[in-house]
Design a protein. Sequence first.
Length: 357
Amino acid sequence: MAEASLAELIAQHLTEPLAGLVSELAVPVVFLVATGAEPGLSRMGGAPLMADGLVWPRHEAAARAEEIGARGADPEWIARHIRADLPLPFVAQIDLTEVSAEGLPGHGRLLFFYDALAGPYDTGTSFGRVLWDEAPASEAKLRPTPEALIEADKAYVAQLSAPPEPFILTDEIRAALKETGLTDEEIEEVAAAPPPEPSPGPHVSPFLTPLVALEAEPGFALPQACGPDFMQRPALAALCAEDRTDAAWEAWEAYEAVRWEHQAGRPQIGGPALGEQDDPAWSAAYTELSGEMFVTPEWRDQSQRIDAEAREWQLLLQMPLSFWISEQNEGTVYFYVRRDDLAARRFERVITVYQQT
């Protein structure tokens, strides 16, 4: 690998005996690497290769548009986007003959779809889908991107490229500025300020992203600090104690530094995810049990039940938006499936979780 190996990072950040204990926690995973090769069956962005019998997925959440939109900063815009009922944007597809990960089929391809505009506001099955294409590779044909996504892409890029609208100092805005303590002179200076420059390009929308070849790279990842595997070792559990020492706190920070330096920004199949906020498997488990996205009062004392359920979920794909869409995009989407659903190949049961720092 081009970056430092996990073993080197552990040796760099941790001392014995913690370094040895941490090394024992490493779990085999598969990282996905972008290459300059001609895209084949493993690819990201562009259009997928699909057998004729597969249908390009779309969400079925229009009836909940207002409810979901209310969770965002611009409820009306989000609701309008959901009501447009667009096909789900294509994220990536993985040739399963090139990947060895726990529980995955040994043949065919997994195709991942996700709406990065609505998905962050709804953990569940609505805005992310996974298709298993079992057909022989010879039957996988380039599926043109739906025209609705192409038009949405053009409109999105045009909006980002357009110059900002001029600032108009209305009586309502003037009154609001005065309430902040600004003088009339300062308010006039605000109104006279030149508008910001248009956002520099090139712009990439979440509807249609550039085609990139992907290559599977076996590796290892570490579980989240203070999770079940971590806590089984007393020396590591001490790093999570409420009355931990300064040295224990520094060791905890060093452990998390290893995880972030090793996994951040990297698409990953299987193993422990790198949650940007907390363990995304916990979020998937909570949504499965409660049907809710956010923890409600009646569930606040059910942490043990949710912890147990979280251990039944497996990471199919961790995809940083900075890798999939552009470096300017933040957050990560996680595709999770319950292990019994994976064994039964019920990929329609996949839940997506979005996190952003």
